[in-house]
Design a protein around this ligand. Structure first.
Ligand SMILES: [Zn+2]
Length: 254
C-alpha cells in the first residue's frame, strides 16, 4: 500500500516531504519534487485499482531518487538540513541533531561539533524543514563569522588597506557578495561550504570594490594582483553554483 496520499508526509533518508496529489488529463502518473514538497499528478481517468498501482510505483521511484537527499540541480533551492546530516564549514565537520521540543518556538545551540535543533510543538512538515534549515544556518553563521571577519582583515591589510566597518554573512540566492560605500562587506553564507580559496576570491572582489566602485580595468588589475589564481576560484563557483543553491548568480557583481 502506497504512502502517497494528498497531505501526507513522505520520509526518505531523514528528510520529510509534503505530498500533494492532483488529477491530470495525461495518461501517466508523474511527480515533481521542489524543496520539501512533492507534487503528484494522477490521470483522472484511472480506476481505483490502477491508481493504487501507479502510486506505489511512483513511490518506489521517488524513494530511490531521493535516497541521496533532496534534489539540487534545478531551480533555486533553500539549503536544507535534516537530522543526522553532516555539514562541512570551512573544513570543519558538524553534525545536525534534531529533537522534538515542547516549547512554542524552535531553538538551536552548538555543542562542540554538534548543531542541536529543538523544534517547536505543532509544526507542519514544511515548517519543520524551514525551522531546521534556518536554525542551522544561524548557528553556522555565528560560528564562522569571527574567522571570516579575521580573514577579511588579513586580506585587507595585505593587499588593500581600505576602511572596513563590518562583515556580514547572509543567505542570498542571487549574489556571492556585495559591499557598501560605508565599508560593510556582505558575503553569501553558502560560500562557507566552498573551498577556502573560493571564499577568498569573493572577499578580494569586494575589498577591491572599496577602492574602485566599478569593474574597470583598474579594478580587475587590483583583483588579479591580490589573487593571481582568481579565475580558478571563480570557475569553481560557476561550476558548483547550482549545488550551493545559487543557480544564476549575478555576474555583474560578486
Ligand atoms: Zn563586482
Amino acid at each position: 500500500m502506497s504512502e502517497l496520499k494528498d497531505g501526507s508526509v513522505l520520509r526518505v533518508a531523514g528528510h520529510e516531504y509534503l505530498v500533494r496529489i492532483a488529477s491530470s488529463t495525461g495518461r501517466r502518473a508523474t511527480a515533481r519534487v521542489r524543496g520539501a514538497q512533492i507534487s503528484v499528478r494522477v490521470p483522472s481517468t484511472a480506476e481505483p485499482h490502477l491508481r493504487r498501482t501507479m502510486l506505489s510505483e511512483l513511490e518506489a521511484k521517488l524513494r530511490s531518487m531521493l535516497a541521496g537527499g533532496p534534489p539540487t540541480e534545478t531551480g533555486v533551492q533553500p539549503l536544507q538540513f535534516a537530522d543526522g546530516d553532516t555539514v562541512e564549514i570551512l573544513g570543519r565537520r558538524y553534525v545536525v541533531a534534531v529533537e522534538q521540543g515542547h516549547a512554542g518556538s524552535s531553538s538551536g545551540r552548538r555543542e562542540d561539533r554538534t548543531l542541536r535543533v529543538s523544534l517547536a510543538a505543532g509544526l507542519t512538515a514544511v515548517e519543520r524543514v524551514e525551522h531546521i534549515s534556518n536554525l542551522v544556518r544561524r548557528l553556522v553563521s555565528s560560528e564562522a563569522l569571527p574567522g571570516v571577519t579575521m580573514r577579511v582583515a588579513e586580506l585587507n591589510e595585505r593587499h588593500f588597506g581600505v576602511p572596513v566597518r563590518r562583515v556580514m554573512l547572509r543567505d542570498q540566492y542571487s549574489r556571492w557578495g556585495s559591499c557598501s560605500a560605508s565599508g560593510t562587506i556582505s558575503l553569501n553564507f553558502r560560500l562557507l561550504m566552498a573551498p577556502p580559496g573560493v571564499l577568498d576570491s569573493v572577499i578580494i572582489h569586494e575589498l577591491a570594490h572599496l577602492k574602485h566602485m566599478n569593474h574597470s580595468p583598474e579594478f580587475w588589475a587590483l583583483v588579479r594582483q591580490a589573487m593571481p589564481d582568481y579565475d580558478a576560484a571563480r570557475n569553481w563557483l560557476r561550476a558548483n553554483a547550482a549545488r550551493l543553491g545559487v543557480p544564476q548568480p549575478d555576474e555583474a557583481d560578486g
